[in-house]
Ligand binder design. Structure first.
Ligand SMILES: Cc1cc2nc3c(=O)[nH]c(=O)nc-3n(C[C@H](O)[C@H](O)[C@H](O)COP(=O)(O)OP(=O)(O)OC[C@H]3O[C@@H](n4cnc5c(N)ncnc54)[C@H](O)[C@@H]3O)c2cc1C
Length: 319
């Protein structure tokens, strides 16, 4: 077990996305004097996934939208102003077998806390192509629910890459805006559940392109198409699209927990029904790291609020 520091904190929050910073706002206002690890590189950058996003149009309170980085800077400023102390480092490992819990930073500094909120988010898997990186945010995205309604995509042909339930959900979502949606899957059968497979194959605006892999994202200033390869025959083809949405899975950022908390088959932290509590008493989880379903800024923020309120009550009850 990692060595602990001598003066335990009441609460350490791990992660500075919407979940972690909202938890910090609530915890600071409840006089829990939270210490927050912002992260650095292990599971994304400080501020989380919205730092790599353009305009956020669906976070309440911003009728004209707000840029992802600006929204996160505002949340950080609010948490800091209310008294949250921040450390811009990753947590390398934790020791959860006894309280106070041990937390060791990537700089090998030991800390300890009576309660923890884990808000380390999830990382969207992305295709390892140079052209993908170049056109990221310029027609290439990993979140159709977030970006699909942007004016640049409306009335245009779009593509979703993937074959699971999320890919089908994203394709169906995009049919509201797109002239047509191509669902590009590298195999001859979708991994999605039966009902989702039927939804995709019966939708008049969705065309499934079987056995196709994306070899290149085409475009200069913005995405204009995809170079595809038939995985069965090797034949190359091109597809004109104004947007491409990768739906090839997410990796919850839980490696530093080293198996000390119950996770589901995909690695998401399991929280108790109607609660932020995890399998370890005193450790709470919030945001995308425990939510394979909604994965939105506003749901992450809401669960950060719930986790902080749960910690406040839990600390009160054990004292
Ligand atoms: C391209 C894109 C566009 C999106 N657009 C929208 C949108 O328009 N609207 C919307 O509602 N949602 C959008 N989302 C989804 C939204 O960003 C997420 O649902 C939300 O950010 C989740 O918040 P979170 O706090 O749970 O985690 P994250 O935002 O993922 O933050 C996780 C935090 O944990 C930190 N961290 C990770 N590991 C460690 C560690 N070991 N130690 C310390 N810190 C660590 C990271 O540095 C980061 O600060 C988008 C997502 C993507 C990828």
């Amino acid at each position: 077990m990692p060595e602990t520091s001598k003066n335990p904190e009441k609460l350490i929050i791990i992660g500075s996305g919407p979940a972690g910073l909202t938890a910090a706002v609530y915890a600071a206002r409840a006089n829990l004097n939270p210490l927050l690890f912002e992260g650095f590189q292990d599971g994304g950058i400080p501020g989380g996934q919205l730092m790599i996003t353009g305009t956020v149009e669906n976070f309440p309170g911003f009728p004209d939208g707000i840029s992802g980085p600006e929204l996160m800077q505002n949340m950080r400023a609010q948490a800091e102003k209310l008294g949250t102390r921040m450390i811009m480092e990753d947590v390398a490992r934790v020791g959860l077998s006894s309280r106070p819990f041990a937390v060791v930073s990537s700089g090998e500094e030991p800390y300890a806390a009576s309660a923890l909120i884990i808000a380390t988010g999830a990382t969207a898997n992305r295709l390892p192509l140079d052209s993908e990186k170049r056109l990221w945010g310029r027609g290439v995205s990993a979140c159709a629910v977030c970006d699909g309604a942007l004016p640049v995509f409306r009335g245009n042909p779009l593509a979703v890459i993937g074959g699971g339930d999320t890919a089908v959900e994203e394709a169906v979502h995009l049919t509201q805006f797109a002239s047509k949606v191509y669902l590009i899957h590298r195999r001859g059968e979708l991994r999605a559940s039966k009902i989702m497979r039927e939804r995709a194959s019966s939708h008049p605006k969705i065309e499934i392109l079987w056995n196709k892999a994306v070899d290149e994202f085409i475009g200069d200033a913005r995405l204009s198409g995809l170079k595809l390869r038939d995985t069965a025959t090797g034949a190359a083809s091109e597809l004109a699209v104004a947007g491409a949405f990768e739906a090839i899975g997410h990796r919850p950022n839980t490696g530093f927990l080293q198996g000390q908390i119950e996770v589901d088959s995909q690695g998401y932290i399991v929280t108790k029904p109607d609660s932020s509590g995890t399998s370890v008493n005193g450790v709470f989880a919030a945001g995308d790291v425990q939510d394979p379903r909604y994965r939105q800024a506003v749901t992450a923020a809401a669960s950060g609020c719930k986790a902080a309120l749960s910690v406040e009550k839990w600390l009160h009850d054990i004292c």
